[in-house]
Ligand binder design. Structure first.
Ligand code: SF4
Length: 139
């Protein structure tokens, strides 16, 4: 019963942290749009946090550059367990238009495990919210 209660609480309060690993900012703008009162994601308990230590879900946009790799790893390691990662945008899913560049390692899953992929260039706010809701349904 206690496990069920903890799972219910996790589903109802997914605090997210947003990190751009090297994209063009298009997906970041769409994510920030998704967090505005227009879409009212707080009704789902989704709240943006400023520190990895308070976050349950890491939302990443952009391909992983060599420069961002260590920062991404450090942020992921600072998040408490259990934690989930969502890749938004084609770049975060696979490298997208930056795939093959000399300074790009590829998608987020080249560095840390990814639980949900939300493709698009850029990803629409509705798709981002849909991806987060599907992630929550799996918790
Ligand atoms: S998927 Fe498109 S909009 Fe998003 S970071 Fe990559 S190039 Fe920019």
């Amino acid at each position: 019963m206690l496990d069920g209660l903890i799972r219910w609480a996790r589903r109802k309060s997914p605090w997210i942290l947003h990190f751009n690993t090297g994209g063009c900012n298009g997906c970041d703008i769409e994510l920030l749009d998704a967090l505005t009162p227009r879409f009212d994601v707080e009704r789902l308990g989704i709240l943006q946090k400023a520190t990895p230590r308070h976050a349950d879900v890491l939302v990443c946009a952009g391909p992983v550059t060599r420069q961002a790799r260590d920062r991404l790893l450090r942020i992921y390691e600072q998040m408490p367990e259990p934690k989930w990662v969502v890749a938004i945008g084609s770049c975060a899913c696979s490298g997208g238009v930056f795939r093959g560049c000399y300074n790009v390692l590829g998608g987020i899953d080249q560095v840390i495990p990814v639980d949900m992929y939300v493709p698009g260039c850029p990803t629409k706010p509705e798709a981002i919210i849909d991806g987060l809701v599907k992630l929550l349904e799996g918790i």
